[in-house]
Design a protein around this ligand. Structure first.
Ligand SMILES: [Fe+2]
Length: 334
């Protein structure tokens, strides 16, 4: 998957002072990992300030410690979300990081029902957060350690897709969970693509692009035979690169033959990919991403009315953020 096997990056934003399990934290310094905090010592407010002063964005945890960390975070998530000494942005960051960790595990063993259940629980937390907090998307627009792009992108697409479904459609609770799980898993098939292609910074050759395009069908087939995943989930995995005009892949189905959940995922996928900073290009602003997507929609990539509804939801969130005073934005970032 193109990431370091032994270390997991933990965004500083997601480490709450005095709320962290007994796990060692490391700093990355010139390619080496240096112990920053012993398991026994608590991560304090002073630690947080030190990180901010040195513009440190990530600390690292040994992969072997992730189970303890995930267990702690997931067990304490409800309590953490209910705390009133944490800003909603801080809660969002923690939820975001914990979801990313969860997706990493589900990608590693999608057939394990324990992972699948964790994933559903995480979607429930995500859903609750985005439906009660108007700043939710802002917290999900975080910095990304590039090795973790696929997982961070997955959580972003899930949060956005849940928000869109919640605003536009009246889905049963189970269907909402499936939309969330499907969006988290949409690029699962990327595990079948080799690192040399995934990490390539230049344009892909025709053969490489052909291989990348197979992630939809391969992911679908693998998850289908694992037996855990519903039709909604499988549809999102298989059809999220179809285009409304039939020019997409893997099957080339068009119009409303493309399941609606997959059409929404396609919009969220495209938007999330654009607003994230990558090693080879800068992030696009939300406004510019919507403008570029509108052009695509007019050319036939998306259902035009669905796209406009989507754009309204994104613009609304963007307008809320843009309208905040400096102080409020400052608080949001911390
Ligand atoms: Fe994809």
């Amino acid at each position: 998957m193109g990431r370091d096997r032994y270390w997991r990056a933990i965004s500083i934003d997601s480490i709450t002072p005095n709320f962290f399990p007994e796990v060692a934290l490391y700093l990355k310094s010139g390619g080496n990992y240096v112990l920053y905090k012993d398991p026994e010592r608590m991560f304090t407010v002073e630690d947080r300030h030190r990180m901010e002063r040195s513009f440190t964005e990530f600390l690292y945890v040994r992969s072997g410690d992730m189970e303890v960390l995930n267990d702690f975070m997931e067990k304490n998530m409800a309590e953490m979300l209910a705390r009133d000494d944490l800003s909603s942005a801080a809660k969002g960051k923690i939820l975001y990081q914990t979801s990313v960790n969860c997706v990493i595990d589900v990608f590693e063993s999608p057939e394990a029902s324990a992972n699948f259940n964790r994933c559903r629980l995480m979607v429930q937390n995500l859903l609750q957060h985005i439906s009660t907090d108007r700043h939710a998307l802002e917290s999900f627009q975080s910095i990304v350690d590039h090795n973790f792009y696929i997982f961070v992108h997955a959580v972003q697409v899930a949060a956005l897709s849940l928000l869109v479904h919640e605003r536009l459609f009246d889905l049963a609770a189970d269907e909402m969970l499936d939309v969330g799980v499907g969006s988290l898993m949409h690029d699962y098939g990327m595990i079948f693509i080799t690192n040399d292609i995934l990490e390539k910074n230049d344009a892909l050759s025709d053969i490489e692009y052909y291989k990348v395009k197979q992630h939809t069908q391969k992911g679908y087939e693998y998850l289908k035979q694992s037996g855990n995943y519903s039709e909604i989930v499988l549809n999102i995995v298989r059809y999220h690169h179809e285009r409304f005009d039939g020019e997409g892949y893997p099957t080339g189905i068009k119009g409303d033959n493309i399941p609606r959940s997959a059409q929404v995922s396609a919009l969220c996928d495209c938007y999330s990919a654009m607003i994230m900073k990558r090693a080879y290009r800068k992030a696009v602003t939300p406004g510019a991403a919507i403008a570029a997507m509108r052009e695509k929609a007019i050319k036939g990539a998306f259902h035009l009315e669905l796209f406009e509804e989507f754009a309204n939801i994104v613009n609304e969130t963007y307008a809320i953020i843009a309208a905040l005073s400096y102080d409020e934005r400052h608080v949001l970032r911390h």
